[in-house]
Design a protein around this ligand. Sequence first.
Ligand code: AMP
Ligand code: MG
Length: 440
Amino acid sequence: MSSAPTRDTGQDHVWTVTEHLEDILATVRPLEPIELQLLDALGCVLVEDVTVPLSLPPFDNSSMDGYAVRVADIAGASEEYPAVLTVIGDVAAGQGEQPHVGPGEAARIMTGAPLPPGAETVVPVEWTDGGLGQGPVSRMRAHSASPEGASGQVAVHRAAEARAHVRDKGSDVKAGDRALAAGTILGPPQIGLLAAIGRAMVRVRPRPRVVVLSTGSELVQPGEKLDPGQIYDSNSFALTAAARDAGAIAYRVGAVTDDAEILRATIEDQLVRADLLVTTGGVSVGAYDVVKEALQSVGDEDEAGSGVEFRKLAMQPGKPQGFGSIGPDHTPLLALPGNPVSSYVSFELFVRPAIRALMGLEDLHRPSTRATLEAPKALTSPAGRRQFLRGTYADGKVTPVGGAGSHLVAALALADALIVVPEDVESVEPGSEVQVVLLG
Ligand code: AMP
Ligand code: MG
């Protein structure tokens, strides 16, 4: 693997949350557009203006089940003096050939079926006797334009204007109109519109492929037996889920043992399917901080990691972070801390925006709002660090859940918001206003 040279790590520099995020977003570029099948493009950003090739509806058609008739034939029709017409056939949706409706005639028509030639309007079946004059309607031969299958009469007891209950050709969109503008995010209705105008493929920025890899010799896969000193690997699950939730195609790699060589080889193997790599653990200053060792120490070309820089951030949780790019394609890599809450908060702050930037989305961030702190006592926060506490938000109020400990996964699972305590604030009194990130 070749990559950018090792940066000066500037060990003493403490990065703000904003600086770190800006550095990531300055590096991460939207993925190159590709053609995708419609359903694979759900949630993706369209990169072409889509023009309508054919008008919708493509032909005048009925909006009701009823009878296609001439206006003059039913003028003045009433319950007392119904207009009695000869039923000459059926027009069903999807039927190509239609009967010609002449004076004194009616064609039974179904919703969505083309208005047959000669007909000027549609009377709903409720305005008629339902063709009782010809026997049970169900006995009429469907798809038949021949008089043989519809030799009956219908009594119409209400007049209709021209083109009543008719959906005009092109009344939805016209051939040549712009259906969707480049930059549109494709949700279900947009996918539906593309299908309606006959598009099978569409040009979008694809979902990024995100590989999530946890590190730690203590980690065991859920479902297996725990030996003394071991814990279950939760980070790779939480972050793979979070990556999918953010719009990525995410691959979870099982926990990698604390061995720099094995980790390097694993990362190298994963590069082929990654637009973004996320690791957890091994980034602080302990003896087994394997991610740092694997990615930082190599300065040579053809080695992974020579572009990854490890930093201290002015935040809590999530102080140690690594960021850079590796491999021949300079694949971005975010090395998150190992504590589950730290890694999750770091994901929310840095990885999620990176995924959205790769997708070409403009709105990268979670919504945030001001809320009144509801708490039994003041919150405390270390000076000089931006703190992200977990909380529950409702109706303009936020309540902390759990404490500041970055191992508190049960409290994290109850939270739906992050309470942000700025760097220069060390204490927040109950009842005061705080900034809250809504996790949705
Ligand atoms: P580290 O940064 O690797 O020293 O990890 C910090 C703490 O987070 C340690 O207590 C680890 O056991 C824990 N931890 C690291 N990775 C995971 C993981 N994937 N799942 C759950 N806990 C983890
Ligand atoms: Mg570890």
